[in-house]
Design a binder for this molecule. Sequence first.
Ligand code: ADP
Ligand code: MG
Ligand code: MG
Length: 883
Amino acid sequence: AKWVYNFGAGGADGHADMKNLLGGKGANLAEMAAIGLPVPPGFTLTTEVCTQFFQKKRTYPAQLKDQVAQALLLVEERTGQKFGDVTNPLLVSVRSGARASMPGMMDTVLNLGLNDQTVEALAKRSGDRRFAYDSYRRFVQMYSDVVLGIDLSHFEKLLDRAKQRRKVKQDFELPAQDLEKLVQDYKACVQVELGEDFPEDPQQQLWGAIGAVFNSWMNQRAKTYRRLHDIPESWGTAVNVQAMVFGNMGEDCATGVAFTRNPSDGTNDFYGEFLVNAQGEDVVAGIRTPQELTIKARKIHGSDMLSLEEVMPGIYRELCAVRQQLESHYKDMQDIEFTIQQNKLYMLQTRTGKRTSHAALRIAVDMANEGLISKSKALLRLKPELIDQLLHPTLDPKAPKQVIARGLPASPGAAGGKVVFTADEAVRRSRDGERVLLVRVETSPEDIHGLHAAEGVLTTRGGMTSHAAVVARGMGRPCVAGAGEVQVDYAAGKFTVGDVTVQEGQILTIDGGTGEVICGEVPTVPPKLSGAFGTIMAWADEHRTLQVRANAETPNDARQAKEFGAQGIGLVRTEHMFFDGSRIVAMRQMILATDEADRKKALDQLLTMQRKDITELFRIMDGRPVTVRLLDPPLHEFLPHTEEEMASVAKAAGVPLNRVRRRVSDLQEANPMLGHRGCRLAITYPEVCEMQARAIFEAAAIVGRERGNQPVAEVMVPLVATTQELSILKGVVEKTAAAVQKEQGVNLGYHVGTMIELPRACLQAGRLAGQAEFFSFGTNDLTQTTYGLSRDDAGAFLPEYKAKGIVEQDPFVSLDQEGVGELIKIAVQRGRAAREGIKMGICGEHGGDPASIEFCHKVGLDYVSCSPFRVPIARLAAAQAAL
Ligand code: ADP
Ligand code: MG
Ligand code: MG
């Protein structure tokens, strides 16, 4: 078997589509080499080696050693150097690379192959002792940390001591002889900690590092990241061994990272940072403040350090050409790593760049307009969930605010919360229901859980590509990075800016779109839905065939839904209108009434309220269909349960306490979800059904007169199991309609339909369609009744079911296509066979879930109905389903 793939100058064994085998980094190194970019030569040990490694008690496949030796020979040929040679040594990096990018999760070792002999050769050939020993020092430190598992603090202490002795502040101020001494101190420390010598043999170093990368697949950080991002453990990581190039060889050397477009707002600007005379992780580690790539970015950020465009104009132009080539090749925004060694550019990594949802939309639209991708590709590229992030509020520009500091706008959106200084504290407080804002000097992979728990993150060091910035963008958390004026004092649990002090627990707000750090809470405003968002929605509407409606009962929700593009209301839950304030009193009077006259009085009150509400909805929806569901929950939900509450209800409703008690106990049910609810209420209290139908039709008549055209009223009967139920209630509704038409002298266009939410209804769909003019699948109840699973009780064991792989997804979040979906298919087919063109939709929670929407499209529903904020998501998901 082939376990090792080569890449390098002008060719490679692999290519970009081999990510499963070569990992993301390896596949893209191969691809870049193949399209002629300057990639230092190297080779990739496949993810299958990793899989075998863990299956076979951490041992390697038999042929691996030989294949690695062969590959190393090829690298030696391509570089003209020799691994371990004492005159012209080849040095390599050993880099991990999983299929999906896992930023910072795995460890990389640079400068491998150095020892007391080869370092002298490096010094001689480069003519720079300081550089050679700087590289050696970094290597011993990294290798000891990553491979030998020795705590970094030992080395930091030694380094600090060396700097103190020399009375300097920065690493790069240490002269060669100090570094030489430092390496010996490091090694002595390894001896003490480990009880054996630091490995001098390059082969031993190489295999040690390879083993460490594979082992790191199972470290805690990597496991956490996989859990949070649903990456299966079985994927494994690849290992890349690559000839070193040096960005730390002098002033004509540098290392940097860049995005081919701005990852924060998506503008088509080259965006990156670099450091002169530096190596590897220096840029992201925030040790020195990096410089900008372009003059434009330097001016925007008011930086006084020159940009790459100014410092190395030739290299900058070359890098711009690489940017063009990568974008036209990959047809997407790329995130790249590069190093400049003595005025020569090398490419070390490319991958699809992480971006904010704003940037994702903008880039997709721009790339389609530039002709780089098609409109449908642009639509398919956008995860519907990312729309969610855009719909969230930003700071009210008119609100007063006390800006205390400013950093880089690293990930947009406004976030406010109580200040915490550690990831653990963020998790603790957010578990208690508090909103927190994480404030750190910088973040590292160990802080991931805290970033997740926090509303947003503020760092005082690091740039747009720092760890905090990258991770926050990926998670959709607002982030302000590198706010240098903020002085964090972890020990005292506070930070200061000038003379302002903010203690842990105080409220702070950040604006990730502007970089502002603000004291206290700031009011927010709803997002603007124009620009790229509008374009994408318009393109989605061109492609989708499913209609999108919203579930709404309040005027605010209805307006919001319309603004988000809802084509109607798919579900008005009338009971929600009865729960509020004084209304519940009337509802209770109705339930507690003992005679016809009392009940009639209460119903009249309810009629007035209901008519007003529905009138308002018809007005807002302006001719779009509105589906009103008859009363659904069991009556006891409207009644009080403690003795105290009963007493106060008795008083408010003006009835004896005893009657309340009796009624409450009469209405008690063992299993209310399957009890006296839905159409069963309307069957036993037809006067309630009549009142609701009257409210709907009188509202329609009012709005019809106002506008000169009739609203489309759809009356929906819930929880139907038998055709008789539906035909009885349809009779009540039709009789009421006839009465209202006669009283008001109008002609009402209306439809009577049913919710399909019981398995029996699915099976009887053919006969139900004889009566029903539309079906709306109530998939919340249909899931409960198909699974025999109560939504309110599932929480107790569903997580374990998920962990054990019994269910893949919570069936209340994403439709169970094999079970519930089969019933829906049967109902669709039988319903359509009985009544041609019968309108069908879905109004359960699933109507806003992209996977469920795709299913609805496939089985041929006419519309989905979801909560207002999910309407745009549903529009995009519906378009994707159609593409
Ligand atoms: P990560 O996945 O954490 O980014 P990388 O493997 O990309 O880890 O490497 C860490 C850093 O070392 C990066 O800045 C990268 O560019 C640099 N690096 C890796 N290999 C080499 C090499 N052969 N020569 C010079 N720099 C390298
Ligand atoms: Mg790293
Ligand atoms: Mg990298």
